[in-house]
Design a protein around this ligand. Structure first.
Ligand code: G3I
Length: 462
């Protein structure tokens, strides 16, 4: 790519990220070493973002994370689409899109505008109308002039054209191509440039993440637009992946060949779904997919950022569309980070995994009983979650008539319902994180309910 263009693009990105930093400083976030996803991405000249949608913005636990330093970019998942922005011909509605923009702005996050032109989520007046090519061109230009004009200066980029191709690389047959031929893409890009000269103009699609017929078609489209002098700044690789279909072929090389044409590339809608239920093997594969995507992006200097298609399973589009599939995102339905998946992304971005640091106080006790009706073997495993200890005493109580007969790996005693176990001479030292197991046989009549409360050296354990 010619270096003046590269310098201009770098300057524009630097400006955007500079503005991001400036606003971030204004909302006075505590200074800390890079550890969140966006902080780590930013340290490498990228952003890490999430999609969102208006209904979710009233969920305060959700917005606390969406607006945190984990995310430096926001994409409205639905609120800038045609059905939301021009529900009746010539009547524009920006309430939902504005809500997302002001959320992002208040937190110093950039916005990826999504999307000016798609075959889905079109209003009824548009799809049920019968348009000549001239009429539809004018409708398209008017829509983009208004919507991109309204958001001028407020969005970092626009997905101007979304999903123009079939999986075999032929053009999708839809309202646009059927009425206007493939020239609608150039028309849309030119209209977007005129409406907001500083927004990066993208074409966005799925199943182009790796090499293949569809990706080749996109590659040829970008080349042909450039040859015609049509404005095109970037290609969005949606990244809707599924572990059961394998990882895209040669992803990094694929991104690189687009970058070599002189356009930015971005991962715009990343999620990695699986057939439920999740298990350790599937999650390990999923974590590896996330790692691979992050590394592919970081391996290409013009890969400007990664956006996940919402950050939590609570609001993922997947279960509603792919029945029986899901668990696709790094935060679970309760808004808790999934250590393996979040950790993989964080680590691939150069962080230390970012999981919850191990507790530095307390203890954990696991209790199990092998019961034969009139007696049982109890096994207790103590894990020290605090500073190293030398010498431990475990106390717990039964609710029935359980009677100690014999214990091992500790000195067991009983007073009424209360059981006490102290270390032997050889297992009293427990480093932080270390565990010890001890066991004993009991007899009982009636019911044998497991104890629920344990204390080690007077500290209640989890
Ligand atoms: O707003 C209506 C609501 O009034 C109604 O009660 C409800 C009943 O179904 O539907 C609501 O609309 C839903 C809309 O999302 C807003 O939540 C639509 O049914 C639903 O189909 C729509 O799904 C969106 C989907 O695009 C449409 O295909 C997803 O949220 C959105 O995440 C998804 O995003 C797309 C990208 O734009 C392009 N790439 C693929 C990606 C996933 O499909």
């Amino acid at each position: 790519m010619p270096s003046p263009l590269r310098a201009r693009l770098t300057a524009v990105l630097a400006l955007s990220l500079g503005a991001l930093l400036a606003v971030t400083a204004l909302v006075s976030r505590p200074a800390s070493a890079a550890s969140t996803l966006n902080q780590l991405a930013k340290a490498q000249g990228r952003y890490f973002g999430s999609a969102t949608d208006n209904p979710e913005l009233s969920d305060t636990a959700y917005t606390a994370i969406l607006g945190s330093d984990e995310f430096g970019a926001i994409t409205p998942g639905n609120s800038m689409k045609w059905d939301a922005t021009e529900p009746s011909q010539g009547q524009f509605s920006y309430t939902k899109g504005d809500a997302v923009v002001s959320f992002a702005k208040a937190r110093g996050q950039i916005v990826r505008g999504h999307t000016l032109l798609w075959h889905q989520q079109l209003p009824g007046w548009l799809t049920s109308g019968s348009w000549t090519a001239a009429q539809l061109t004018s409708i398209l230009q008017n829509h983009i002039a208004n919507v991109a004009g309204h958001y001028k200066g407020q969005v970092y980029s626009w997905d101007v054209v979304n999903e123009p191709f079939n999986d075999d690389g032929t053009y999708r047959s839809d309202l646009w191509s059927n009425t206007l031929g493939t020239g609608y893409i150039a028309t849309a890009l030119k209209a977007a440039r005129a409406a907001d000269p500083n927004a990066k103009l993208y074409i966005n699609d799925y199943n182009i993440d790796g090499t293949g017929a569809k990706s080749d078609a996109m590659y040829n489209l970008v080349k042909s637009l450039q040859a015609q002098g049509v404005p095109i700044d970037g290609v969005g690789f949606q990244g809707h992946l599924a572990i059961q279909y394998g990882f895209p072929t040669n992803m990094q090389q694929n991104l690189q060949r687009f970058a070599d044409l002189g356009v930015d590339v971005a991962i715009t809608e990343l999620d990695v779904r699986m057939v439920l239920p999740a298990d350790a093997t599937k999650v390990a594969t999923q974590a590896q997919y996330y790692t691979n995507v992050v590394k592919a992006c970081l391996g290409v200097s013009r890969c400007v950022g990664i956006t996940i298609w919402d950050y939590t399973d609570k609001y993922s589009w997947i279960p509603g569309v792919f029945s029986g599939q899901g668990s696709a995102l790094p935060w679970d339905e309760n808004l808790a980070k999934k250590p393996d998946v979040y950790g993989a992304i964080n680590t691939a971005l150069g962080g230390s995994g970012g999981g919850t640091p191990p507790p530095t106080t307390g203890c954990k006790v696991a209790y199990s009983a092998n019961d034969w009706g009139s007696g049982f073997t109890a096994t207790v495993t103590i894990t020290n979650q605090g500073p190293a200890i030398s010498g431990w005493t475990l106390k717990y109580s039964y609710s029935g008539d359980q009677k100690l007969s014999q214990g091992w790996n500790g000195t067991w005693s009983q007073s009424g319902k209360d059981v006490t176990v102290t270390n032997t001479s050889w297992n009293g030292t427990l480093a932080t994180g270390a565990s010890i197991s001890a066991g004993a046989n009991f007899t009982y009549t009636g019911t044998n309910t497991a104890p629920t409360a344990f204390a080690v050296n007077g500290t209640t354990c989890t």
